[in-house]
Design a protein around this ligand. Structure first.
Ligand SMILES: [Fe+2]
Length: 187
Protein backbone atom coordinates (compact mmCIF):
# COMPACT_ATOMS: atom_id res chain seq x y z
CA UNK A 1 0.00 0.00 0.00
CA UNK A 2 1.28 3.47 -0.90
CA UNK A 3 0.50 6.89 0.53
CA UNK A 4 0.71 10.10 -1.51
CA UNK A 5 2.32 13.07 0.21
CA UNK A 6 2.58 16.07 -2.12
CA UNK A 7 3.89 14.79 -5.48
CA UNK A 8 5.48 11.64 -3.97
CA UNK A 9 4.36 8.07 -3.27
CA UNK A 10 5.55 6.48 -0.03
CA UNK A 11 5.32 2.87 1.08
CA UNK A 12 3.06 2.65 4.16
CA UNK A 13 5.44 0.10 5.70
CA UNK A 14 8.42 2.44 5.32
CA UNK A 15 6.48 5.32 6.91
CA UNK A 16 5.51 3.10 9.86
CA UNK A 17 9.15 2.06 10.39
CA UNK A 18 10.25 5.73 10.35
CA UNK A 19 7.49 6.72 12.83
CA UNK A 20 8.38 3.83 15.16
CA UNK A 21 12.06 4.83 15.02
CA UNK A 22 11.23 8.45 15.86
CA UNK A 23 8.96 7.38 18.72
CA UNK A 24 11.63 5.07 20.21
CA UNK A 25 14.19 7.91 19.92
CA UNK A 26 11.86 10.31 21.78
CA UNK A 27 11.17 7.76 24.54
CA UNK A 28 14.92 7.22 24.93
CA UNK A 29 15.66 10.95 25.07
CA UNK A 30 12.98 11.41 27.75
CA UNK A 31 14.50 8.57 29.76
CA UNK A 32 17.96 10.20 29.60
CA UNK A 33 16.50 13.57 30.68
CA UNK A 34 14.75 11.86 33.61
CA UNK A 35 17.87 9.98 34.74
CA UNK A 36 20.11 13.07 34.61
CA UNK A 37 17.43 15.11 36.39
CA UNK A 38 17.11 12.52 39.14
CA UNK A 39 20.84 12.38 39.98
CA UNK A 40 20.96 16.19 39.93
CA UNK A 41 17.98 16.37 42.31
CA UNK A 42 19.49 13.77 44.62
CA UNK A 43 22.79 15.69 44.82
CA UNK A 44 20.90 18.86 45.78
CA UNK A 45 18.84 16.92 48.36
CA UNK A 46 21.99 15.29 49.81
CA UNK A 47 23.49 18.72 50.55
CA UNK A 48 20.24 19.96 52.08
CA UNK A 49 19.95 16.81 54.22
CA UNK A 50 23.41 17.27 55.80
CA UNK A 51 22.68 20.97 56.41
CA UNK A 52 19.27 20.29 58.00
CA UNK A 53 20.47 17.38 60.12
CA UNK A 54 23.36 19.56 61.33
CA UNK A 55 20.98 22.39 62.23
CA UNK A 56 18.84 19.92 64.21
CA UNK A 57 22.00 19.07 66.21
CA UNK A 58 21.88 15.43 65.07
CA UNK A 59 25.44 15.36 63.71
CA UNK A 60 27.15 16.96 66.68
CA UNK A 61 28.95 13.86 67.89
CA UNK A 62 32.74 13.80 67.62
CA UNK A 63 34.04 12.63 64.25
CA UNK A 64 30.70 12.88 62.46
CA UNK A 65 30.25 16.53 61.52
CA UNK A 66 33.65 17.00 59.78
CA UNK A 67 33.36 13.79 57.74
CA UNK A 68 29.82 14.54 56.61
CA UNK A 69 30.76 18.13 55.79
CA UNK A 70 33.39 16.69 53.43
CA UNK A 71 30.70 14.48 51.87
CA UNK A 72 28.41 17.50 51.50
CA UNK A 73 31.18 19.43 49.71
CA UNK A 74 31.69 16.52 47.32
CA UNK A 75 27.93 16.50 46.62
CA UNK A 76 28.21 20.21 45.70
CA UNK A 77 31.08 19.30 43.34
CA UNK A 78 28.99 16.52 41.77
CA UNK A 79 26.09 18.94 41.28
CA UNK A 80 28.38 21.34 39.38
CA UNK A 81 29.83 18.52 37.26
CA UNK A 82 26.37 17.19 36.35
CA UNK A 83 25.15 20.72 35.47
CA UNK A 84 28.15 21.18 33.15
CA UNK A 85 27.64 17.76 31.58
CA UNK A 86 23.95 18.52 31.17
CA UNK A 87 24.79 21.57 29.06
CA UNK A 88 27.27 19.58 26.98
CA UNK A 89 24.95 16.66 26.24
CA UNK A 90 21.97 18.92 25.71
CA UNK A 91 23.80 20.34 22.71
CA UNK A 92 25.21 17.06 21.39
CA UNK A 93 22.15 14.83 22.05
CA UNK A 94 19.34 17.39 21.74
CA UNK A 95 18.16 17.11 25.35
CA UNK A 96 15.76 19.57 26.92
CA UNK A 97 17.40 21.30 29.92
CA UNK A 98 14.06 22.52 31.30
CA UNK A 99 12.80 18.93 31.42
CA UNK A 100 16.00 17.84 33.24
CA UNK A 101 15.61 20.66 35.80
CA UNK A 102 11.97 19.73 36.35
CA UNK A 103 12.92 16.11 37.07
CA UNK A 104 15.67 17.41 39.40
CA UNK A 105 13.18 19.54 41.32
CA UNK A 106 10.76 16.61 41.69
CA UNK A 107 13.50 14.20 42.85
CA UNK A 108 14.84 16.73 45.36
CA UNK A 109 11.36 17.37 46.80
CA UNK A 110 10.60 13.64 47.08
CA UNK A 111 13.91 13.06 48.90
CA UNK A 112 13.17 15.89 51.37
CA UNK A 113 9.69 14.49 52.06
CA UNK A 114 11.20 11.04 52.59
CA UNK A 115 13.61 12.49 55.14
CA UNK A 116 10.81 14.12 57.15
CA UNK A 117 8.83 10.85 57.11
CA UNK A 118 11.85 8.75 58.04
CA UNK A 119 12.96 10.98 60.93
CA UNK A 120 9.50 11.31 62.45
CA UNK A 121 8.89 13.33 65.62
CA UNK A 122 11.92 12.74 67.79
CA UNK A 123 14.93 11.57 65.76
CA UNK A 124 18.36 10.80 67.19
CA UNK A 125 21.84 10.65 65.62
CA UNK A 126 21.42 7.01 64.56
CA UNK A 127 18.14 7.83 62.78
CA UNK A 128 19.90 10.67 60.95
CA UNK A 129 22.83 8.44 59.92
CA UNK A 130 20.52 5.65 58.81
CA UNK A 131 18.59 8.09 56.65
CA UNK A 132 21.86 9.25 55.06
CA UNK A 133 22.68 5.58 54.28
CA UNK A 134 19.30 5.34 52.55
CA UNK A 135 19.92 8.53 50.57
CA UNK A 136 23.46 7.55 49.54
CA UNK A 137 22.24 4.08 48.56
CA UNK A 138 19.68 5.77 46.32
CA UNK A 139 22.41 7.88 44.73
CA UNK A 140 24.59 4.82 44.04
CA UNK A 141 21.67 3.04 42.33
CA UNK A 142 20.76 6.08 40.23
CA UNK A 143 24.36 6.56 39.07
CA UNK A 144 24.61 2.83 38.22
CA UNK A 145 21.53 3.25 35.98
CA UNK A 146 22.83 6.52 34.49
CA UNK A 147 26.14 4.83 33.77
CA UNK A 148 24.26 2.24 31.65
CA UNK A 149 22.24 4.96 29.90
CA UNK A 150 25.46 6.92 29.24
CA UNK A 151 26.86 4.08 27.12
CA UNK A 152 24.27 4.87 24.46
CA UNK A 153 25.26 8.55 24.14
CA UNK A 154 27.61 9.95 21.51
CA UNK A 155 29.35 12.12 24.12
CA UNK A 156 31.84 9.65 25.65
CA UNK A 157 33.13 12.10 28.31
CA UNK A 158 29.71 11.84 29.95
CA UNK A 159 30.10 8.12 30.72
CA UNK A 160 33.64 8.65 32.09
CA UNK A 161 32.49 11.45 34.42
CA UNK A 162 29.45 9.45 35.61
CA UNK A 163 31.69 6.49 36.45
CA UNK A 164 34.05 8.72 38.46
CA UNK A 165 31.12 10.23 40.43
CA UNK A 166 29.70 6.73 41.00
CA UNK A 167 33.02 5.70 42.58
CA UNK A 168 32.79 8.61 45.05
CA UNK A 169 29.12 7.86 45.78
CA UNK A 170 30.07 4.31 46.75
CA UNK A 171 32.55 5.87 49.21
CA UNK A 172 29.75 8.10 50.59
CA UNK A 173 27.60 5.02 51.25
CA UNK A 174 30.55 3.26 52.90
CA UNK A 175 31.21 6.29 55.13
CA UNK A 176 27.58 6.63 56.24
CA UNK A 177 27.31 2.89 56.91
CA UNK A 178 30.51 3.01 58.96
CA UNK A 179 29.29 6.03 60.96
CA UNK A 180 25.92 4.34 61.58
CA UNK A 181 27.70 1.22 62.86
CA UNK A 182 29.96 3.29 65.15
CA UNK A 183 26.89 5.06 66.56
CA UNK A 184 24.71 1.98 66.77
CA UNK A 185 24.31 2.21 70.53
CA UNK A 186 21.60 4.80 71.00
CA UNK A 187 22.31 7.44 73.64
FE1 LIG B 1 26.52 11.23 47.87
Amino acid sequence: MYIIIGKYYYSLQLLLVICEGMWLYMVEIEKVEEQIGEVLGLEIAAQKAVEELSLKGLLDKRGIRGKLQGMRNEAAGHQKKIEKLMQRVSESEGLNQDSIRQHAEEASQKASQMMQTYLGEDPDTLDALEFLCLAEGGEVTHYEVLSEVAKKLKEKKFATEVRSILKEEKEHLKLCTQLAKENSIRS
